[in-house]
Design a protein around this ligand. Sequence first.
Ligand SMILES: [Zn+2]
Length: 433
Amino acid sequence: MSWGKKILFITLDGIADRPAPTLGGKTPLEVAKTPNLDALATRGINGRLHSLSLGIPMSTDVAHFLLFGYPIEERPGRSVFEATGYGVPFSADEVICATSFALVAPESHTLKIINRRELGLTAQEGKQLVEAVSYYKYKEFEFNVVYTKKHFGVLKIAGDVSDRITDSDPFYTNLPVIAVQPLDDSPQATKTAEALNEYLRWTYTMLNKLSPKVNILLTKWPARHRPVMPFAEKYGMHGLSISPKEIVNGLATYLGMDALNAEKLCSSEGRILEASLNCAIEKFQTEDYDFVHVHDLRPDVISHKKDPKAKAALIEKIDDEIKILLSHLKEDWVVAVTADHATPSTVGVGKAMHAGEPVPITIVGTHVLVDEVKKFSERATVQGGLGQIYGKDLMNILMNYADRLGNFGFRPRAVAQDTASYRPKTVKPLPPP
Ligand SMILES: [Zn+2]
């Protein structure tokens, strides 16, 4: 007997956009020819999704955390996912920050950022420079940095620490390095901020002697371990996430799902979504997975190049890769296609990275009430049968279409939530006397 349909959840990172003047007021998704995404929209129920609350621009890790049905209050912070994704071990007592090198110049009692992206460091140079600043002690605090890739690393702070502190990385050039500030009045936050500022100044002194390319370490996204209910326990499903981005691999691992890095699946032609979908289809057929998440990062990356036409061209390539799904769709699958957030490829007057508009969502499955929407786009899905939904709704909607939810209040498993799913492996049988 089947205990519910399988769920395939696809996030096309930042594919949603704003109307572009260079595209006659349409979005890249609207002008791109997407027969396969449109075929899914035509077969499915459609709507608009925001992972948290309308208008709030979301980062990839927060949006995915919410789309997997976890409440914002339980979020441990991005650097924990980053460390997990790179396999950097850390303890629950430590505060974790993502780090990157930058080149700064002193200017009017500040350290102004000259370069923080194209630093021209080889992996070996990056590693050597991280080693040069990898250990520091200030009062009761100890600092350890582990190299990850390019000019990035992970900083672990031990002591009487708090993660309630700000970033030092302003994210843009021609701005000063930010002094780390406490976010609350606790002595832990105040002392952690003070110690981290001392450490950052020390990296400036050390790196100035060693490299003409970079001379300071910047920190962002302070985080620490927070316990979450494992995905299998929460949903009674065996889950897998396939993504090319380490932070999403780390998030999935943190939630107790299996994680595969999509870069390792991809052939030389770079059809990474097709490779990931092929893998998902195979895993459904050959292994005991109930839920597979597939993440394609490319729409977000190209959006940051601020060229709506190039984004539309990439969307057509993605659409061609998603074609494989149409020929493999099974009656016992529920398939959702959406984005984690909108990423504008248009040039605005501000510094917007992501945008707070809702994104289109299409769900295909035997139980869905097929609506009149024939195109997968921001505008067309406004007319869809799902209406406006939020991250907190999504897993329940998918689980419901997958026939996996017991009635509200039924308690087949010892899980502290009111909607529970049945799965023989997670239900404890009563032994005979
Ligand atoms: Zn994203």
